[in-house]
Design a protein around this ligand. Structure first.
Ligand code: ARG
Length: 591
């Protein structure tokens, strides 16, 4: 199905051609003077030079050639030669009818995407370290982009890419050695089998890491030991590996629980450590081909390109002590994904401070022949989530603002509001608060362009008014309750196929918002831009609420009109529900 702009452009193009001009001049855009008209066409100006005629003359000829049918409710030529247009309600309702029909097959008529096989790398939590708000952004944005791409027909595999091979593992193990030196793992003469049970609980683990992390900064000897421990894990030392496995067994299920609560789901739960078996071969082939060379003891790959405006330092693929680092595991992970998933495209979602890392890794991957030239490698860097003071919500050394505390704060604020608004059973209120707080957090994040920093403002995000998640949910709940009431009163469900609404300006305004769906969705997909869905939602919800305040829907006496209104809000509801699904949250029964 064409977008509404494409459809109107066809009529203008035909009129240009009928008047003897190039049909391509008939391109229509949304008006930049909404006070004057809904759409405009500037083709007469563009053609003036080519046809050596005054734009206004061309414009008048074109307008005279426009079809007489009920498509435009206003056509006007404005000096020097703009064609201003309003479309008729009939045209709109007809378009909406097509959307509704197409909606039954999916996407409400939005054209299918490119059908790519995509590997998405998002989430990226670090095992045994608390999830912090930076991980929240990656999860929220990644999940939404994944849902959008899937909805548009891509085949997306989401991989959480656990940080499970980093310094935190060494810190925990060495701290444990100092706390419990008699454990068998630390006895060099131990030859038996290591116990299946971990020598610590999850909450002890949560306590060990921050302590060890703080200690690292003061205690040089300890820091060196922790670092050596990481090398031992990577080399497969049985005692270290056994402890590492204990940490994984406790931490990963806990992470899963956290992501479940956020409505974020991964297809693969792989980590940096899974790339281990591929590292040796990869490094050898990089050395053999001469792509990698030794520099100050480390193995590096030059990745500068002539067009660089700033210097891109070489990518270190192996440290002088042979340790794998962040770039090593990322590269070997790409090897694995190429071999096992055969994607058309790689898409990473991380903090924008990791830009250099991904530039180096992508260039190295191409240079070393790990990915072929035609493979798309895309990285989305997101901005920082700041507090009201404009400073980041947390620091990168962990411990500060934990994700769980943040979610709990939003949840409490929402729960309080629900109880203020109406009396409700505690269990119901809790279920509702769970949904609303998730919407508050996700919408608050996703309504900003991902690359930008934004301020996390709990009061604003949880407000039921304004451009917020709760406002969107409130609108959805309102439409549902109208439809439910109708059903209770008549015993029939309203249907979406009686869309001919005329003579109601606020209904028309609402239809104008609905028809933006197709073009909006295409660009949200092409640009990986959930914020476009948010803007659409807000526009449609506002239009619905104006319509609702100005129109008697269930009280309308003209039955045909009433059915048309019910159809209109039914379609709106279906689209709103789809849109919030694409953002990664859903609406409660009541609010
Ligand atoms: N674990 C990393 C961090 O916390 C993020 C991982 C991002 N993904 C990747 N393939 N490097 O910063």
């Amino acid at each position: 199905m064409k977008t509404i702009l494409e459809e109107i452009s066809v009529y203008l193009g035909e009129a240009f051609a009928a008047a003897g001009y190039d049909a391509a001049l008939g391109k229509v855009s949304v008006s930049n003077r909404p006070d004057l008209c809904e759409f405009q066409c500037n083709g007469a100006m563009a053609g003036a030079k080519q046809y050596k005629k005054a734009p206004a003359v061309i414009a008048k000829e074109v307008v005279a050639a426009l079809p007489a049918e009920n498509i435009f409710s206003m056509v006007d030529v404005v000096m020097p030669g703009f064609i201003n247009l309003n479309i008729s309600e009939e045209f709109l309702t007809d378009y909406l009818g097509q959307m509704e029909e197409a909606g039954r097959e999916g996407r409400f008529g939005a054209p299918e995407g490119a059908g790519k096989k995509v590997v998405m790398d998002y989430g990226g939590p670090n095992v045994a370290k608390p999830l912090h708000v930076g991980h929240l952004r990656s999860a929220i944005i990644g999940e939404s982009v994944k849902r959008i791409r899937t909805y548009m027909g891509d085949k997306v595999t989401g991989d959480v890419h656990l940080g499970d091979w980093g310094l935190q593992m060494g810190l925990i193990i060495e701290e444990l050695r100092d706390r419990q030196p008699s454990l068998c793992y630390f006895d060099p003469d131990f030859t038996g089998e290591y116990p299946k049970e971990a020598p610590f609980t999850l909450s002890e683990l949560e306590d060990i890491y921050p302590a060890a992390n703080a200690r690292k900064k003061e205690d040089e000897e300890f820091a060196v030991r922790a670092h050596d421990a990481v090398v031992k894990i990577q080399q497969g030392d049985p005692a270290y590996l056994a402890l590492w496995q204990h940490i994984m067994n406790l931490s990963v299920p806990d992470l899963k629980k956290n992501y479940d609560r956020l409505n974020v789901f991964f297809d693969l739960w792989m980590g940096e450590s899974d790339s281990k078996p591929l590292i040796e071969d990869m490094i050898r082939s990089m050395k053999e081909s001469g792509v990698a060379y030794k520099s100050e003891g480390a193995l590096v790959v030059d990745v500068t390109e002539e067009s660089d405006s700033k210097e891109i330092p070489p990518c270190i693929v192996e440290k002088s002590d042979g340790a794998a680092i962040y770039a090593t595991t990322d590269l070997a992970t790409i090897v694995w994904r190429e071999q096992n998933l055969h994607p058309d495209m790689f898409l990473y979602v991380t903090d924008k401070r990791q830009e250099l890392h991904f530039t180096q890794v992508f260039r190295t991957a191409r240079k070393a022949g790990i990915v072929p030239e035609e493979r798309e490698m895309k990285w989305m860097g997101f901005g920082t989530m700041n507090g009201k003071d404009g400073k980041p919500f947390k620091t990168r050394d962990g411990g500060v603002m934990r994700l769980e505390s943040l979610i709990a704060e939003v949840y409490d604020a929402v729960l309080e509001k629900i109880k203020e608004n109406r009396s409700v059973a505690e269990a119901d209120a809790q279920k509702t608060a769970e949904k609303i707080s998730l919407a508050a957090i996700k919408y608050g994040d996703l309504s900003n362009q991902a690359s930008k920093d934004y301020i996390f403002d709990i009061d604003r995000f949880t407000s039921f008014d304004g451009n917020t998640g709760p406002y969107i949910l409130y609108t959805i709940v309102r439409i549902r309750s109208i439809l439910k009431k109708y059903e209770e009163e008549t015993g029939n469900a309203a249907s979406a196929d009686k869309l001919s609404v005329t003579g109601n300006p606020s209904a028309k305004a609402m239809m104008q918002e609905i028809v933006k769906w197709n073009a909006m969705l295409t660009s949200a997909y092409e640009e990986n831009a959930p914020h476009k869905i948010c803007a659409y939602l807000f526009g449609l919800c506002d239009a619905f609420n104006s319509f609702y305040h100005e129109t008697k829907i269930l009280g309308e006496e003209d039955e045909t009109k009433k059915q048309a209104y019910l159809s209109l809000i039914t379609l709106a509801l279906e689209i709103l529900e789809t849109a919030i699904f694409l953002l990664g949250f859903d609406a409660p029964e009541r609010m």
